[in-house]
Ligand binder design. Structure first.
Ligand SMILES: *Cc1c(COP(=O)(O)O)cnc(C)c1O
Length: 426
């Protein structure tokens, strides 16, 4: 694969002075870009947490671009807004979330975390009589944010966007789940003022889920708002085999997830769900005389940070319409089954060790010393059969496997285990 500097040399140069034929431009673009494409859509791509693209979702994404609808208002773009609202209702049903919750389609789980936490910030300050929209955070009552030790970095990022600074960290167990005893102590130790708790459904290394229902109960007793980052893990709710991992998750106040991970729609598509629509709309809504505001279900622009926006929920409609309930359940079950097969296969390689309980789609393996694990990872990437990323977890270098692509099959798993075996022997 060519690197970005090489490709830039081909694609850059002086700004063209005169127009060019669009068809020729597209050919030039493909020539310039395609030598630099990573095989992310492959069934043997197990890096980061990267979904593929379901055929119906890809077609819907092309249509969304061609239709060119600025989908912020129900009145102005009823077609795309209707598809997004239908998709939103299906998402709530599949994820087992309250039917009357508000749904916003945003660019990813980072912005879904931001949006959910913005609604949280509004509500917990309103509860103590502080008018956030008028006064901002200057002089506001102190606001506590509690997170688990292994929350995703984007939770910290979202808190930074919101002016809330660094959160208070609660210890987690050996799988990265927030510890309920420590959480209870942390909640007791502070004041009973405005408090937000962020939980995680799906740890990027272990795939583990925080004990959500029990944690929500502790937090709600003290009037805290609970937000759940379930970027890929929230989809466990669609599977009768795996939904126990999420026990009690519907009692939280807001949830963030991605459609571009487990659901396999094209980038970029995240989903925020908020159980208290008035809090979300107070945080995200804006009124202006030149807009036409919807008095009923509410406009998309009142539920997301953007004003102008792509109808990125349309590919979600197509993905769910093409899979149906059993198709989504099948997809989730297959990803987990493949992760477990990869763990079994890799674990059987001499000198390999699986470090996590493989409860969902993530696997972490080590090969003796950190140095050896890094060498195995490098040889695997050089071999090119499968792509898995190196990382560090629990103070050890690991080979990280994330199964997120709908097209991964048994043959991909077998070939990938063989590739890891070769890399370990090398
Ligand atoms: C991927 C991920 C995010 C961030 O999602 P983006 O779609 O990249 O913005 C947040 N939390 C978790 C647990 C993730 O896996």
């Amino acid at each position: 694969m060519a690197d970005a500097d090489t490709l830039l040399a081909k694609l850059s140069g002086p700004l063209p002075e005169a127009p060019a034929d669009p068809a020729e431009v597209i050919d030039m673009l493909a020539d310039g870009v395609e030598p630099g494409l990573m095989a992310m859509p492959s069934g043997r791509f197990f890096g980061w947490v990267i979904g593929g693209t379901l055929p119906a979702a890809l077609g819907a994404d092309w249509l969304t671009g061609a239709w060119d609808q600025n989908s912020g208002m129900r009145f102005a773009t009823p077609g795309t807004v209707a598809a997004e609202e239908a998709a939103a209702a299906w998402v709530l049903e599949l994820l087992g979330l309250p039917e009357r919750a508000d749904v916003g389609f945003v660019t990813g789980a980072t912005m879904a975390n931001f949006t959910g936490l913005a609604a949280a910030r509004h509500q917990v300050l309103t509860n103590v009589g502080w008018d956030l929209e008028r006064h901002g955070l200057n002089g506001s009552p102190p606001l506590r944010v509690l997170v688990g030790d292994e929350r995703h970095i984007t939770v910290d990022l979202a808190l930074r966007y919101l002016g809330l600074g660094a959160p208070e960290v609660v210890a987690s167990d050996d799988q990265g789940r927030i510890r309920l005893d420590d959480l209870g102590e942390a909640l007791d130790a502070g004041s009973n003022g405005p408090t937000i708790l962020c939980l995680q459904a799906g740890n990027l290394h272990s795939g583990a889920f925080d004990p959500i229902g029990a944690a929500v109960e502790l937090a709600h007793r003290r009037g805290a708002w609970v937000h759940v980052d379930g970027a890929f893990g929230l989809w466990a709710a669609a599977s009768s085999r795996h939904r126990d991992l999420l026990d009690g998750h519907a009692t939280a106040d807001s949830w963030a997830t991605d459609a571009h991970k487990t659901l396999n729609v094209p980038y970029d598509c995240g989903v925020v769900v908020v159980a208290h629509p008035e809090a979300l709309r107070a945080a995200m809504g804006s009124q202006a005389s030149y807009l036409v505001h919807d008095e009923g279900p509410g406009d998309p622009l009142a539920k997301v940070p953007e004003l102008s926006r792509r109808a990125r929920g349309v590919p979600v409609w197509a993905a769910l319409r093409s899979l149906g309930r059993t198709g989504v359940e099948d997809l989730v079950d297959r990803l987990v089954r493949h992760a477990q097969s990869l763990a079994t296969g890799i674990g059987a390689i001499e000198g390999a060790e699986i470090l996590n309980d493989v409860v969902f789609t993530q696997v972490c393996a080590a090969f003796g010393t950190d140095e050896r694990t890094r060498a195995v990872t490098q040889r695997l990437l050089a071999d090119g059969t499968a792509w898995m990323s190196g990382s560090r977890w629990c103070d050890r270098d690991v080979l990280r496997v994330s199964v997120s692509n709908w097209s991964t099959d048994d043959a991909d798993v077998a070939r990938s285990v063989d590739a890891v075996r070769r890399a370990a022997a090398g």
